[in-house]
Design a binder for this molecule. Structure first.
Ligand code: ADP
Ligand code: MG
Ligand code: MG
Length: 200
């Protein structure tokens, strides 16, 4: 099993920032259909802050990279997604502990703990049309490969189209939320696409 060091995790966050920049308009478009049209800007602001913080003070372990990234997302993103993504990364980072290198299996275990914390914080379950619908299958597929996780996240994001939103702003729309892809599930797929990209 490949060992992933802190440099890999910094590159992951930089790649995520790059994909978020590239797809910001799309994220905002999706959020304008069933939310308040700020998801692209929220994610751009958050990940720009993450990259800046990691450059200013590069953490020495994978765990510390994720904890620092999560902290930035919580403090810079005003929307619901900031605390949720922040919790995912911070909790995953804590799970990785002080190890200088981690395996994909250890990353999966960390992300499982992060995902549980996101579910506890947001109260959403699979099928509620949220980021959980992309994160859950992606984390589950990590024991196959990073590419499989990226593919599962994308499929999960697309699976939100016919769903009725039960959490977040989109839930205010009731039936009118049906037929649109969830913005947060879409950005979650970007996060896993970035992970697979950095490993290639
Ligand atoms: P806001 O809705 O506050 O403007 P964003 O637009 O940045 O925040 O993020 C919206 C995304 O956050 C949604 O598309 C959804 O995926 C996710 N989300 C919202 N509420 C929850 C929740 N309770 N649990 C999980 N994810 C949620
Ligand atoms: Mg929004
Ligand atoms: Mg908002």
């Amino acid at each position: 099993d490949t060992a992933l060091d802190s440099g890999f995790f910094v590159r992951w966050m930089a790649a995520a920032a790059g994909l978020v920049d590239r797809e910001a308009e799309r994220l905002t478009e999706l959020d304008s259909a069933i939310g308040d049209a700020d998801h692209g800007a929220n994610m751009q602001r958050g990940f720009a802050a993450v990259v800046k913080a990691l450059e200013a003070e590069p953490p020495g372990t994978p765990g510390a990279v994720l904890v620092a990234a999560g902290r930035q997302l919580i403090s810079t993103v005003g929307g619901a997604s900031g605390p949720l993504y922040g919790t995912l990364l911070r909790r995953a980072g804590k799970g990785l502990g002080e190890a200088p290198q981690v395996t994909v299996a250890e990353l999966q275990a960390g992300l499982r703990a992060g995902l549980a914390a996101v579910r506890e914080l947001g109260g959403a379950a699979p099928g509620d049309k949220t980021m959980i619908d992309a994160l859950e299958p992606a984390v589950a597929a990590l024991d196959t490969s990073l590419a499989a996780a990226a593919e599962a996240a994308d499929e999960g994001a697309r699976s939100t189209v016919p769903m009725l939103a039960r959490k977040g702003r989109a839930s205010y729309l009731g039936e009118r939320s049906v037929g649109h892809q969830d913005p947060g599930a879409t950005s979650s797929a970007l996060l896993f696409a970035a992970l697979a990209e950095v490993a290639r």
